[in-house]
Design a protein around this ligand. Structure first.
Ligand code: FAS
Ligand code: PHB
Length: 391
């Protein structure tokens, strides 16, 4: 097989990149190792930044998002017996976020690509990439029991944290930055109406909790647990009791609705950045290049921003022959990546209780949250990052 852009990975980064390139007339092929059902059912992100929503609408996959997505114009911080709502539009010149699950974004992108192109091969496991230091890289993959190759002009490594693309960069040319956190998230899906609740982030002496949702009828909730926690250790009763305590409001006026838990999982927390995001004719995008702790709801949105930047660079070269945007792709993406990692890391360490945390850290965490509740400047800084930095 031969194409202009070989895309490894059919997650949000790879699928959006393919959509943007296809609309601009740049040939590409997506190779995805899992099957369609798996890719569309993986429970992950839930919150889309304004820039992500605008991008999806702009490339023709906004219809269902506009019908079923839940716009949210504020988020609530609960801490030290207080509750403070951060109004996003008034602090960011009109920007908000939208609750629309990553599973739905992927379904919309897959459906359009299967109907309209470019080629999307499921069950295509990439084994490796050769020739990235030349202008004629080759992707080696297996598909339907056969060893195959895809010759291309550039390779987009959109294959996530556990993919193969990043490993193509020789160690001498790579710098990696890793931060592991001493706690995890127990995430549950529950058949409980979210009502008109907005996203609620709670910092509590017993640990962090987050109230989110997937639809008007399905709630998505998280609570901080120790690393290595087995979800089976947490009965429904224990989950709801812990969430009720951590999410309680000062006057007890807000009651956490309970109901059947339909899914549960434990996710570790880490930050990871790989530099550079380009090596010869290999370009990395999304989780293949970086991981952010999920507290700030940034992973999916960062993948979208990379895909937009990479598509612009590839289309620019396709139309003008200039590699100017490709040459600056890594540096310009990494500036935004590090700003986002910083914000997600700050949210994580401010809202979670470190197992060895003492009274000093308690007070500085509360002071940081008090600052957002009492200073318009601090609230605006929070809101700008939360609603999403410009792509
Ligand atoms: P993805 O990992 O989504 O996609 C990579 C694709 O490449 C996969 O489909 C994989 O099958 C494929 N692939 C891998 N190796 C391959 C190979 N050798 N050959 C072919 N294909 C290959 N983000 C948030 O914003 N909020 C959250 O709450 C949140 N929760 C998360 C929970 C979990 C358990 C995980 C793992 C991540 C979570 N994230 C969250 C982050 C997540 O949403 C990612 O940021 C997002 O999926 C990134 O998209 P991609 O870069 O496309 O990578
Ligand atoms: C989610 O709904 O999955 C979600 C929402 C907000 C976050 C993280 C995850 O900060």
């Amino acid at each position: 097989m031969r194409t202009c852009v070989g895309i490894i990975g059919g997650g949000p980064a790879g699928l959006l990149l393919a959509r943007l390139l296809h609309r601009a007339g740049v040939d590409c092929v997506v190779l995805e190792r899992r099957d369609r059902d798996h890719v569309e059912r993986r429970q992950r992100a839930g919150v889309l930044e304004q820039g992500t929503v605008d991008t999806l609408r702009g490339c023709g996959v906004g219809a269902r998002l506009d019908r079923e997505g839940l716009p949210h114009h504020g988020v609530e911080l609960r801490f030290d017996g207080r509750a403070h709502r951060v109004d996003l539009p008034s602090l960011t010149g009109g920007r908000s976020v939208t609750v629309y699950a990553q599973t739905e974004v992927v379904k919309d992108l897959v459906a359009l690509q299967l109907a309209d192109g470019p080629p999307l091969l499921f069950g295509a496991e990439v084994r490796g990439v050769t020739g990235v230091e030349s202008g004629a890289p080759v992707i080696h993959f297996t598909h339907e029991g056969r060893e195959r190759t895809l010759s291309c002009g550039v390779v987009a490594g959109c294959d996530g944290f556990h993919g193969v693309a990043r490993r193509t960069v020789p160690a001498r040319a790579a710098r990696t930055y890793v931060q592991e956190y001493p706690y995890s998230w127990l995430g549950v899906l529950a058949d409980v109406p979210a009502g008109d609740d907005e996203l609620i982030y709670a910092r509590h002496a017993e640990g962090f909790a987050l109230h989110s949702m997937r639809s008007p009828a399905v709630s998505r909730l998280y609570l901080q647990v120790p690393n290595g926690t087995d979800p089976a250790e947490w009965s429904e009763q224990r989950v709801w009791d812990a969430l009720s305590i951590r999410l309680a409001t000062p006057d007890g006026g807000w009651e956490l609705r309970r109901g059947p838990i339909t899914a549960r999982s434990v996710t570790g927390m880490r930050a990871f950045v790989h530099e550079p995001m380009r090596y010869g004719s290999l370009l990395l995008a999304g989780d293949a290049a970086h991981i952010v702790p999920p507290t700030g709801a940034k992973g999916l949105n960062l993948a979208v921003a990379d895909a937009v930047a990479l598509a612009a660079a590839l289309v620019h070269r396709h139309r003008t022959g200039s590699t100017a945007l490709l040459d600056t792709y890594s540096d310009s993406c990494l500036r935004r990546v590090w700003q986002t990692v910083r914000f997600a890391s700050w949210m994580t360490t401010t809202l979670h209780r470190h197992p060895d945390q003492g009274p000093f850290e308690d007070r500085t965490q509360l002071a940081a949250l008090d600052r957002i509740a009492t200073s318009k400047t601090a609230a605006a800084e929070f809101a700008e990052n939360y609603a999403g930095l410009p792509i």
